[in-house]
Design a protein around this ligand. Structure first.
Ligand code: HAM
Length: 416
């Protein structure tokens, strides 16, 4: 049997790095006042269709959707923002002091073509700020938080790009203008762009096709077509980033692949990832809550691709040590086994990592095993040791041995 294409097992010691990344996220996010939300892995298909958009690749091509036994259509979540908004409405979070700041970590599912940094089951570290206002300080602090997190992890080559895609006032007018301009060069565009030009012209700006680049560069920029409110908001966000010492670049083509955004959008890339180099994407989505039947609620957030974050950390040599084993207990004799079990328990309770072989082995073989596992000490327990209460402790790095009572052994290990 094999794992399903695009899914993979995460094994030790790599999982230690995953744990460190998640723990650091929790520490940093907590320091910014975020609390954790845990969400269902599957939801009504309609939730994603309505929020992410029917025409997006994510919804139209990549969702794992099935009909449940009661005939309802359900989907594995391709992202977390829609569920966070559903929960905000369903759990009455508008009654809480605003804004509500939430983060969540877990697997997402998209049926994409697997390659380095792109999987069908992947993991996101997601953060959302819901309610409050559209003050640029909220976006500024959110972006500062993710940059601080990356800095804490020692991620390298981190680059932030920002844009504003306007709101429901000014975007439709820009989209019409863009469509009209694209139609003029229709024959020179590929089939994907020709289709998107009609369904969602903004997505044409995302094209990576070499022969379309020059044409796209000549298209009108949204920054020149923002309404007063959006232009001011965008200026405010840039000022906030400057105040916080966050370096950014502007990319007028950063439109993102999900339909719910308004105003600020941003993406962050990092070193060593090849073509799938976005480690984080996000932005403001002031209209989404209403679209899902909730009260008007301004909101903004981001999701980090944890698989890519880990890949980038590994590329720069941040690989974790194999699981630590402080003590290997080499024991012989049925009478001795009970003492070995008790010793393992008390050493573990004191915080040490202990390996206790489940079957009796000759001391030579047991010491070989201890070496292979990279244990630091071997505790040799035979009849003599149990009768005298003096245990033999061998330091595996240099082969030296000493006799210690149980309290002396604990003292000795604690001093290291
Ligand atoms: P997204 O850009 O679709 O945004 O995904 C965010 C990040 O998830 C990407 O930058 C990438 O690192 C990672 N990612 C996406 N697809 C894959 C994949 N197939 N394999 C590995 N990593 C992947 C969202 O999901 C929005 N919900 C972000 C957001 C939150 N916006 C506002 N709040």
């Amino acid at each position: 049997m094999q794992a399903i294409k695009g899914t993979r097992d995460l094994l030790p010691p790599e999982t230690a790095l995953w744990n460190r990344v998640e723990q650091t996220a929790q520490e940093v996010f907590t320091s910014y006042g975020f609390g954790e939300i845990r969400l269902p892995i599957f939801e009504a298909t309609d939730l994603f269709a309505r929020s992410i958009g029917l025409e997006t690749d994510v919804v139209s091509k990549e969702m794992y959707t099935f009909v449940d036994r009661d005939e309802t259509s359900v989907s594995l979540r391709p992202e977390a923002t829609a569920s966070v908004c559903r929960a905000y409405i369903e759990d009455g979070m508008q009654q809480l002091p605003q804004p509500v700041k939430l983060y969540t970590i877990g697997p997402m599912f998209r049926r994409e073509r697997p390659q380095k940094g792109r999987y069908r089951q992947f993991y996101q570290i997601d953060a959302e700020v819901l309610g409050g206002s559209d003050a640029p300080g909220i976006d500024g602090e959110l972006i500062e938080m993710v940059m601080t997190f990356f800095e804490r992890l020692g991620l390298q080559g981190v680059q932030l790009e920002i844009n504003s895609i306007g709101d429901k006032e000014c975007r439709p007018k820009y989209v019409e203008l863009l469509r009209a301009e694209l139609r003029k060069v229709k024959d020179k565009l590929g089939p994907d762009s020709q289709r998107r030009m009609e369904t969602n012209p903004l997505r044409v700006l995302d094209s990576k096709l070499e022969n379309e680049q020059k044409l796209i560069e000549g298209m009108p920029h949204i920054a020149d077509h923002l309404c007063e409110g959006c232009a001011e908001n965008y200026l405010g966000v840039k000022r906030e980033l400057e105040l916080r010492g966050v370096k950014y670049g502007e990319n007028w083509r950063l439109v993102r692949g999900l339909d719910y955004y308004s105003r600020t959008t941003f993406e962050i890339t990092a070193k060593g990832l090849g073509s799938q180099n976005a480690v984080c994407g996000g932005g403001r989505y002031d209209g989404l809550m209403e679209l899902l039947g909730g009260p008007p609620t301004q909101a903004t957030g981001f999701a980090i691709g944890e698989d890519r974050l880990i890949l980038s950390l590994q590329e720069i040599g941040k690989t974790p040590a194999p699981p630590r084993r402080d003590v290997y207990i080499a024991w012989m004799g049925t009478r001795v086994y009970a003492t070995a079990i008790r010793a393992a328990k008390s050493l573990r309770a004191a915080g040490f990592s202990v390996e206790l072989p489940p079957i009796e082995q000759k001391f030579g073989k047991a010491l070989g095993q201890a070496d292979k596992l990279g244990a630091r000490y071997a505790l040799i327990l035979g009849d003599n040791e149990v009768s005298s209460g003096e245990w033999t402790v061998k330091t595996l790095a240099d082969g030296t041995q000493q006799k210690l009572t149980e309290p002396q052994l604990l003292d000795f290990l604690r001093k290291l």
